[in-house]
Design a protein around this ligand. Structure first.
Ligand SMILES: [Zn+2]
Length: 507
């Protein structure tokens, strides 16, 4: 079995500044056979899909992997189109060189990519694979469940595999499942797909899979799939509202050995999702209430700054919660991770133990121009710890993944210790605090720049009822009426309460 391996993964928030080549270089940019060596490494740069795929193939017997390019970056704004065009040229050259020399293709995708010119870069990459290797080449694609599903994405693949966990913990399993399905395709199984898209852009905080309406729909899909041997995969794609595409909307995608089986299950599951439509809403805690709870709670609490989530394109530097907590004198508190390279650099220059006025988002440099929400804030501070920001994730989405945060500093502002980094990332892993010697277990309040992935990393410290989702302003606010949508189809729930939907008739 000779398999081509490639991928493009970034979640793009249309309201955030553009992502550049550097954002891929600093996260995961592996080419040629490095795709395979990285996947087999103890701490890969890639998230779990490719390592899971390669491990499953390795375990199944001899095979011949042909890596092309796997480019992954943290969520951001749309990718600069010129950078994406260069990537497309690399994939095209790689695929052309493999023409006649491979039996199948595995492609790691996110599904919520954008470029500064394209709404559907994933669809463009899938079409390129079809164009170069022909319509009959078995092609399995895996996606983050936050992907927005275009018709092209479903058309130009054989099997469509979406994550089933949020926070994301099943990337390796989905990679392994992709390998298993690809091997079936290589032995003659034919796959068919059905897509149902609903007019629901679920706020990110309503898409958890441990409990709630989304969990119920995913579980139903798995239960029904288990009853029918023709079903190869059921994916319920929650989508990513801030992508703001014409094809936004929760989507059910079923892959099956018979078209009718795929269509019937997709209908049934889409109806099950629609019946739960009124429950895909955000219930956030106002900032003043969060301050009160930080001061009075008998148990330690985690405060999620869901509106400034770098994992959704947020800049990781808004000051609303830090400023309010500092003004209120909240103590025994950790805040992280704040993206401010100038401040991190200054702390490194001053050295450990130095006292100075920490100026966040200072108006020179590039940071302050990031977006309307990143206001300056200054406070007296002491440098309590420094690092080069090289961290291996300990738990959750980044568990086992080699991360680099760039020069990093822990600053003490009164009773609050703030972790400042130079490379933007969401605060999903306790290692981001712990590698600086900070003790999460000793904190009374921990403020995380993360929407939901911190749940998978910090669950040792904070149970479900110790988490407060704070309503502060930001680029990833779950209050969707605050955004000036440009391409989202209307009416759309929960923005337009009058939205109606009926199952489309089957032709
Ligand atoms: Zn995601």
């Amino acid at each position: 079995m000779r398999i081509a391996l490639l991928g493009f993964s970034i979640e793009c928030n249309r309201f955030a500044p553009p992502a550049t080549q550097r954002d891929f270089d600093t996260r995961c940019w592996v080419m040629g056979q490095e795709v395979v060596t990285d996947a087999r490494a103890a701490s890969p740069k890639a998230l779990g899909e490719m390592p899971g795929f390669v491990a499953d193939m390795d375990a199944a017997g001899p095979w011949e992997p042909h890596g092309i390019l796997l480019a992954m970056a943290e969520p951001n704004g749309p990718v600069e189109h010129a950078a994406f065009t260069r990537m497309m040229a690399i994939w095209q050259d790689g695929l052309e060189a493999l023409r006649g020399r491979v039996d199948g293709v595995y492609c790691v995708l996110h599904g919520a990519g954008l470029t500064t010119e394209l709404d559907d870069p994933e669809g463009a990459l899938q079409a390129l694979v079809r164009e170069v290797l022909g319509p009959d080449m078995p092609l399995v694609c895996s996606y983050d469940l936050h992907g927005n599903v275009s018709d092209a994405m479903v058309r130009d693949c054989d099997a469509f595999i979406g994550y089933r966990t949020n926070p994301h913990l099943d990337m390796r399993e989905r990679g392994a499942e992709s390998a298993q399905i690809l091997r079936r395709l290589l032995t003659g199984t034919k796959a068919h797909r059905a897509l149902r898209r609903l007019p629901i852009v679920a706020p990110t905080v309503s898409l958890l899979t441990a409990q709630g309406p989304y969990a119920e729909v995913i579980d139903l899909g798995q239960a029904w799939a288990a009853e029918d041997a023709r079903i190869l995969n059921v994916s319920v794609m929650g989508g990513f509202a801030y992508g703001d595409t014409p094809f936004n909307g929760m989507a059910v995608v079923v892959t099956a050995t018979e078209q009718n089986a795929a269509e019937a299950l997709a209908d049934r599951l889409a109806l099950a999702a629609w019946e739960r439509r009124d429950r895909f809403v955000a219930k956030l805690t106002p900032l003043e209430e969060a301050v009160r709870r930080a001061r009075q709670s008998a148990v330690p609490l985690a405060f999620a700054d869901v509106a400034d989530n770098p994992g959704g394109g947020g800049r990781g530097n808004t000051m609303f919660i830090l400023e309010a907590f500092h003004a209120a004198g909240i103590a025994e508190c950790l805040v992280g991770i704040i993206h401010d390279p100038l401040l991190a650099e200054e702390a490194h220059r001053l050295g450990r133990g130095a006292r100075f006025t920490a100026r966040f988002n200072r108006p020179q440099g590039t940071l302050s121009a990031d977006d309307a929400f990143s206001h300056p804030f200054a406070a007296e501070a002491e440098v309590v710890a420094l690092s080069d920001g090289r961290v291996t994730g300990r738990r959750g989405i980044y568990g086992g993944t080699a991360m680099t945060l760039g020069p990093t500093a822990a600053l003490r502002l009164g009773g609050i210790t703030v972790v400042v980094v130079s490379i933007r990332a969401q605060c999903a892993d306790p290692a981001f605090f712990e590698h600086l010697g900070l003790d999460i277990g000793a904190a009374r309040a921990v403020v995380v720049k993360s929407r939901g992935h911190f749940r998978g990393g910090f669950d040792e410290f904070f149970g479900h009822d110790q988490i407060v989702e704070v309503d502060a302003p930001g680029l990833t606010s779950p209050i969707l009426t605050r955004f000036a949508w440009t391409k989202l189809q209307r009416p759309m729930l929960p923005i337009d309460p009058e939205t109606r939907w009926v199952l489309p008739p089957r032709g």
